[in-house]
Design a protein around this ligand. Structure first.
Ligand code: UTP
Length: 278
């Protein structure tokens, strides 16, 4: 597809405390769903959308992510010519097609701050954002592909939204907006983690965004919110006030792999599609 967006940011500096002790020494982005780490699913989705520059925001203890997207000479030499070689084909192809950039977020100052760290890597261009622990599945048309197409039409920031049961809404950022086409909303307001009776809708923001580069200037000037964190939602709200944000009810399924329940659902979902000769 023709695509003006070639870069995708992966904020991956969080501690993943909901998955302790598994995440004590291992990044949560490396948790495998079947035989593939979460972050690899995300990179595959980005590449399918034409985003081949992958900018990963890491932190201390996250080196395994960079190693995963590099050649492993010893291992590859060891299994060369054996039946196991095929198991690395997919990741080798992915590595060959992408450029990986890494930077560290030194302090955990929130998702907004993590995005701000990506500024030197995105070249003043619009970019995708994937939170790898939100695993999305839609075989024929991955979610980021759907969003990249929408960007071509609207040329503004886009947040992926999902209808969630009202008793779960307080875990999410929530949008208010006017539905301009089926599943496409002009966002007028956004509230981070509202109590159920104050939520402006049942449309929760999930971990897929397309952001225009003016977001950086907004992030730089934003006051830290809850817990001293710079909230990405607050910055996108500034764009929304200028009528420049679309909420998109994507097609497909999404699993919150940062939680045990979501992770187990994802494993079951992918296992149900797994064929033993793969
Ligand atoms: P989460 O709050 O879901 O991730 O942040 P977490 O902090 O790793 O998880 P828990 O709650 O402790 O279990 C959403 C995304 O934003 C990134 C995280 O890595 C995750 O992908 N993030 C969050 C950062 O990169 N930096 C931050 O300062 C905060």
């Amino acid at each position: 597809m023709t695509n003006t967006i070639t870069k995708c940011v992966f904020p991956a500096a969080g501690y993943g405390t909901r998955f302790l002790p598994a995440t004590k020494a291992m990044p949560k982005e490396m948790l495998p769903v079947l035989d593939k780490p979460l972050v690899q699913y995300g990179v595959e989705e980005a590449l399918a959308a034409g985003m081949s520059t992958i900018a990963i925001i890491t932190g201390r203890g996250k080196r395994a992510i960079a190693d995963h997207f590099d050649i492993s000479y010893e291992l590859e030499h060891q299994i060369q010519g054996s039946s196991k070689e095929i198991l690395l084909h997919e990741i080798r192809n992915l590595i060959d097609q992408c450029t990986f950039l890494f930077t560290r977020q030194r302090e955990m100052r929130g998702l907004g701050d993590a995005i701000l760290c990506s500024e030197p890597l995105t070249n003043h261009e619009p970019f995708g954002v994937i939170l790898a622990d939100d695993l999305c599945s839609n075989e024929d048309d991955p979610v980021m592909c759907q969003m990249a197409r929408l960007y071509e039409e609207h040329q503004c920031s886009i947040v992926a939204v999902q209808e969630v049961p009202i008793d779960e809404i307080s875990k999410y950022g929530v949008i208010a907006g006017e539905e301009i086409e089926d599943g496409i909303y002009r966002v007028t307001d956004m509230v981070e983690k509202p109590p159920a009776d104050k939520a402006p809708s049942n449309l929760a923001i999930i971990g897929r965004y397309i952001l225009t580069p003016d977001i950086y200037e907004i992030l730089r000037n934003i006051e830290p919110g809850k817990n001293g964190e710079i909230q990405l939602t607050d910055a996108i709200l500034e764009q929304a006030k200028q009528g420049k944000v679309i909420g998109y009810r994507f097609k497909g399924q999404r699993f919150d792999c940062g939680s045990i329940h979501g992770f187990v659902d994802a494993v079951n979902h992918f296992f149900s599609k797994f064929s033993p000769d793969e």
